[in-house]
Ligand binder design. Sequence first.
Ligand code: IPM
Ligand code: MG
Length: 373
Amino acid sequence: MSSATLKIAALAGDGIGPEVMREAIKVLRAVEQKFALSITLTEAPVGWAGIDAAGQALPEATLKLCRQSDAILFGSVGLPDRDPTIPKEQRPERAALLRLRKEFSLFANLRPVQLPKALAYACPLRPERQGDGLDLLVVRELTGGMYFGQPKLTEEITDGTRHFRRAIDTMVYSEPEIERIAHVAFQAAQWRRKKVTSIDKANVLENGVLWREVVTRVAKDYPAVALEHMFVDNAAMQLVLRPTQFDVVLCENLFGDILSDEAAALAGSLGMLPSASLGATTGEQTFGLYEPAGGTAPDIAGKNLANPIAQILSSALLLRYSFKLEAAARAIEGAVSAAIAQGLRTGDIYNPADPAAKKVGTQEMGDAIEAAI
Ligand code: IPM
Ligand code: MG
C-alpha cells in the first residue's frame, strides 16, 4: 500500500482539537518524508467549528470529504458551555461523532492503555499495584447497545392527576454484532498476552446472557487465547485493585465507555491515550476514525498547555490499521517514547519532584517528537 497516496481527512474540531491536530500533522509530515510516503491531508470543520462555519456539527462538505478519504484523523468535539443554545440532537457529540461512527459502521473501538515506567508517578495507584507497568487494550463495541437502540425517547406521561416525563433508552444486541466485535478482541489478543476478559452483566440483563454465550462460542476459533468472563461491576473494581491481570478487555458500548475512562485514568493522563474506531476490512482497506481519548478541555484550549501525544499516537494507529504501515507507526511511537525519555513533560504529566523533568508546551512537545522521527 505504501506506494499509493494516503487520503486523510483531518477534522480538528473544538477546544484543544486544533492545537493538538497541528502537532500531529507536523509529525505525520515528518514520517511522510522519512518513509517516502505520499499523504494528501485535507482539513475540514466539525463540531462547533462546523456549526460556526456551515450551520451543522457535521457539515455536508465535511461528510463528503470523509467519504472520499481512506481514514479520518479526528480531534475532539463539544463545548458544554454552548450546549444549551441548540437542541440535543444537533449537538456535536450526537450530530457529528455518533453520526460518523454510524455512517461508516465503525463498530470496533480499540483503546490501548499503557503506563510507561517513566510515568509511574502519574498513575493514581500505589506502585505495588502497577506491576512492571500497565499495558491493556479495551476493545469496545461502538455502534450498538444503548447508544443506538430503539426506542430512544422522552415522553409525557399522565397518570391520574400527575404529569411527568419518562425517558427510555433501549439496549439491543444481535448475535452478528457480538460475533464481529468478539473476533476483533480475540485477534488482537493473539498478538498480545493471549487473554480476553469479556465484560457483561449476565446476572441481570438478557443482553448479558447472549453476549456471554456468543463470546464463548467465538472463543472456540482461538484455542491459543484464554477467555474469562467478568461482571461489569466486578471489572470496575478489579481495574483498580489488580489492573495487571488484564490483557484485552472486551465490552459492549456503554460498559466500554465507562471502563475505558477508568482504565485511562490508570495511565496517568487522558492526554496520552489514542484510539482507533474501525469498520469492516474489505480487501486491503480498513476505514477508520482515529481520535484521542480525552475531550476538548475548553479550560486549557488555545494556551499551548494541552498534551499533543494522544493525537500524535492516534496518527500512528491510523498508519497501522488503515494503511498497514507498521514501520511508520512504530517510528511515531518510538519518537514519543524518545521525547518522554528526554524528560519533556506537558503540565498533565509533569512531576515537580523529578529533577530531570522539563515542563514544555504543546508545540515544544510536538517539535521534540517531530525531531525524533
Ligand atoms: C467517548 C466519548 C463519547 C462516547 C461521547 C463524546 C459521545 O465519551 O468516545 O468515549 O460516549 O462514546
Ligand atoms: Mg467516553
